[in-house]
Design a protein. Sequence first.
Length: 272
Amino acid sequence: MSEHKHDQVRSRNEPFTERTATRIWCEQPSEDNPYIATQARCYGYDLFELMEKRSFVDVFYLLFRGELPTKAEAQLMQALMIGLINPGPRHPATRAAMNVGVGKTDPLHILPIASAVLGGDYMGGGAIEKTMRFLRKQQHTDPQDFARNVLLQQQSLNRVEVEEAIPGFGRRHGGIDLLTKNIAAQLLKLDAAGKALRWGSALAEQLETEGFGWQVTGLAAAVFADLGFHPRAGGSLFQLLGAPGLVAHGLELSNKPITAMPFVSDENYVIE
């Protein structure tokens, strides 16, 4: 019988804090019951004043950035939120939502299941942090030179390796994602469009000759970077912005029979 060696257990000598603290939210407790709040503030701003005087976009931005946006920043944020509100029925996350909806999964589970797919590396939040860091690093280089250097290597690199070299850009179903390209053009007209979005658009233009362009994750990452969001927050923000579309598609099919979705025929199953 073999012996298993275990590392010696040692105390880290790290004292735990006695109370959880947050800079984001402050609640005023009731005089009669300290567990019930009567008032709340988000980064010092009274919740009721925000409800009265500010938009949802403003408070969304405040919640993650710790400050209210300028008018131009709010306009860019709102435009992106609308552009990404629905990943579309071709997206794997939306297909997941539709499948669980028609499969009579509890409607409360549609979002967490589909959102997990939307958080993946393929066209999902898992690609956002890397892309934000890439855009922040490269936005001071010449996009034409960068594109030329990458495309010169195409003879020795496959599509996946090219897309690894330029995260946030590539092909979708063998071609350029035209919807994302058009959304980027719309966002580029706004006053708050910054260095990352402009650099990415210039790069996408250079890549078009080889059939590469913006991916939706690249566009989202560029706007998040220009609005000052931290790269680690980018993936979660991407999930949040696409959530309404996922739920809508799942609920649409939740009251329909399972035959409302196609069933793959036997001849399309291949066992190698």
